[in-house]
Structure formats: structure tokens, C-alpha cells
Design a protein around this ligand. Structure first.
Ligand code: SAM
Length: 363
């Protein structure tokens, strides 16, 4: 018999007042809503905290050097554990899973995990990658059951791109990966460009010109204050409105309705039929009120916001209990008390708050 979760009490509960064993029983109906009425629909899973790039705004070399203590393999969730959690999350409403990291294609035999997730059925499976290994892997990923893919690409100019990834990786190989993904049927391929003032803003127009008419969807992301290692300053952010102005002057754009409520990217269409672009304005136009995303860190901690400070240890529960019910109950209790809205309250004062790094929590 399902018990009613005391929502009011949970909302005021402190993080450390939510021991897993005390989570009340919740029958999974797929209709969980948090304290602000937001459903649980998306799960991002970081499958590795390692990356072969050292993008200056994400994993700067001076922090992530040769001696950086990445997680040992024993601390990562196994594929079986990830698939088990995916089933529990699906029962509580998750419809879409994005594999990320770190660089997800660095995780050995990732296709096997994709097969296991595809076998669950009814999940939209996607992945975010830097594209470095995509030319070799696109077909296997598609065959394993991946539905779509997002490739990060911050510049078309080879010198700028090599400087931003900081490992001298050539842009041509990422472009080959994008072609391979489209040829494998992982389409429409989305391409994410993080724009940082004075670093790659002069690449906005060349990127737009290159991808118009390609069938791929180029999306511009406002540079965010994730983690503590990138020295973020508000002045470095190019607001999406400026991106739309820069492109629209040259290639006229009109706004397009969102595909669904809660879509993160605001859509714009070229009037000449060259396709569409998206802008993701997490700094200038926070979308917390529609946020339906949960995140699972590489070592199995659940975070309810990219800017959250507390992760809830699902791995311990997985390894302690052969029964899925306590995991579902704990997940439900966490979601029901969720109140995060960091981007809505971001200010000079919040930038210094403790946060976790994106490579660990998953981008
Ligand atoms: N390695 C994969 C990749 O490069 O796409 C997946 C992980 S990466 C952390 C995911 C996305 O987060 C990338 O598109 C990256 O550009 C973006 N990202 C990282 N740091 C960011 C920041 N400070 N602001 C905005 N986006 C950021």
C-alpha cells in the first residue's frame, strides 16, 4: 500500500536529514513533481570524469594536470548499475537519457551500455561528445540503439579550436565525426558552441555560415559559472540576444515555437530555408521554472541541478540492496523536496558558492 509523502516536511528537510533508509514508500506512477511542480523527465548520466580535451573554460590544464585524481574504476557505476538505475528512473517518469561526462566515448565498450539502455525500451537515448572519436564510432553507436547525438564545437577556425581544446586537436577531425554521425542516421545532429567573449565570439558568424543548409542544428550556449576552475566572469558572457543580432544582420532569422514545454534552446529559423539555430540562455534567461532534469555523477550521486552542492549517494544503495524499491523511494523523496533554481537567483554573490565541476556531474 503506497504511503503519502509528507511534501511540506520534505521541503524544509535539510540534506543530511534525508537518510536513504528513512525514505517513505512511493509507488512509481511516472508522475513525480517537485516542490515547484516540475516533473522528472530527463536524466543526464556522466559515464566518466575523464576527457581527452582540456577546454579552457571546462577542464583547464593547470587544474586537470597529469596528477589530477580522477576517480578509480572501482568507484564508477558499472553498466549493470547504470541500467538498473535507468529502469528505476524510468518508472518515476524519465523519458530521455543523455550520456555525457567527461568525454563519454572514452568509456570502454560504451556501445554495450547503450544496448542495455535501449533494451529497457521507451527511452529517448542521446549522447554529448567532443566528437574526437566519432568518425570511428558513429555507426556502432547507432547500431547499439543511440537515437541522436550532440557534438560540441566551439570554433571553425583551426587555430582558435586548437587553442580552446588546449590539446592541439584539429577541427577537421570533429567535422569528420559530425559527417559520420549524420551518415549513420544520428540526425538531426546538434552542434553546441559555447561562446566566450574575446575568445571565440568572432567565430559565431563563420559557424552559422558553415552549418546553414547542412540539416544540422547549431546551438549557441551562454558561458556559465559551473564549477570553480574556469574563473568565470559575467563580462565574458555573450548574451544570446547578441548572438541572434550578429547572425540575423547577415542571415535573417525569425523565431520558431518550442517543440515542447521546457525545451532548453530557444529556436530561430533562417528565412531563406537554410534550417534553424538554437540559443541556450542559461545566464540571461534562466529556464529553471521548466527544468525537468536530474543528473547522475560518474560515481553514482544524484544531483537535482547543475549548480547543486549536494549529491545523494545512489551507488551505496545499489550496492547494499538487491531490491529496487528503496532506490525508487529515495529518488522520489529527493525529487519531491527539490527546490533548486540557481540560474534564477544567480548574482555576483552566488558565483562563489560551492559547486561541483561539470566533468564530474556531467555536462
Ligand atoms: N566531453 C563532452 C563534450 O565535449 O561535449 C561532454 C561533456 S561537456 C562538459 C558537455 C558540454 O558542456 C559541452 O558542450 C561543453 O562545451 C559544455 N560546457 C562546459 N563548460 C561550460 C561552461 N562553463 N559554460 C557553458 N557550457 C559549458
Amino acid at each position: 500500500m503506497a504511503k503519502v509523502v509528507p511534501l511540506a516536511d520534505m521541503r524544509v528537510a535539510r540534506d543530511d536529514a534525508l537518510p536513504a533508509f528513512a525514505a517513505p514508500e512511493v509507488t512509481p506512477t511516472g508522475l513525480l513533481a517537485d516542490g515547484r511542480g516540475r516533473a522528472l523527465r530527463d536524466l543526464r548520466i556522466s559515464v566518466t570524469d575523464r576527457c581527452n580535451f582540456r577546454c579552457v573554460y571546462c577542464m583547464p590544464k593547470d587544474v586537470y594536470g597529469h596528477d589530477y585524481p580522477f576517480l578509480p574504476h572501482s568507484q564508477l557505476l558499472t553498466f549493470e548499475e547504470i541500467a538498473r538505475l535507468a529502469r528505476v528512473f524510468k518508472a518515476h517518469g524519465v523519458e530521455k537519457i543523455r550520456l555525457t561526462g567527461g568525454e563519454p566515448l572514452l568509456r570502454k565498450n560504451l556501445e554495450r551500455l547503450i544496448e542495455m539502455l535501449a533494451d529497457i525500451g521507451g527511452l529517448d537515448l542521446t549522447l554529448t561528445t567532443n566528437g574526437s572519436a566519432l568518425a570511428a564510432k558513429a555507426r556502432e553507436l547507432k547500431a547499439a540503439g543511440l537515437n541522436r547525438i550532440t557534438v560540441s564545437l566551439d570554433a571553425l577556425d583551426d587555430d582558435v579550436f586548437r587553442a580552446m581544446n588546449d590539446v592541439d586537436f584539429p577541427v577537421a577531425r570533429v567535422l569528420e565525426g559530425i559527417d559520420a554521425a549524420a551518415a549513420a542516421g544520428l540526425s538531426p545532429v546538434k552542434i553546441n558552441m559555447v561562446v566566450k567573449r574575446g575568445v571565440n565570439d568572432h567565430q559565431i558568424l563563420p559557424m552559422a555560415r558553415h552549418f546553414t543548409g547542412s540539416g544540422h542544428i547549431l546551438r549557441f550556449i551562454e558561458y556559465m559559472d559551473v564549477g570553480h576552475t574556469n574563473g568565470w566572469r559575467l563580462d565574458d558572457v555573450i548574451p544570446s540576444a547578441e548572438v541572434v543580432r550578429i547572425i540575423g544582420r547577415d542571415m535573417p532569422l525569425v523565431p520558431v515555437d518550442a517543440n515542447y514545454t521546457g525545451e532548453v534552446a530557444e529556436r530561430w529559423r533562417y528565412t531563406d530555408g537554410g534550417g534553424e539555430i538554437g540559443v541556450i540562455s542559461s545566464v540571461t534567461q534562466a529556464f529553471c521554472s521548466d527544468c525537468t532534469r536530474a543528473r547522475l555523477s560518474t560515481d553514482g550521486k544524484l544531483y537535482t541541478c547543475l549548480f547543486a552542492t549536494t549529491g545523494y549517494d545512489l551507488r551505496a544503495l545499489l550496492r547494499e540492496s538487491a531490491d529496487d524499491a528503496p532506490i525508487g523511494n529515495y529518488l522520489a523523496a529527493i525529487w519531491l523536496q527539490r527546490a533548486d533554481r540557481y540560474s534564477e537567483i544567480r548574482s555576483a554573490n552566488t558565483v562563489a558558492l560551492p559547486k561541483v565541476e561539470m566533468s564530474y556531474i556531467g555536462g
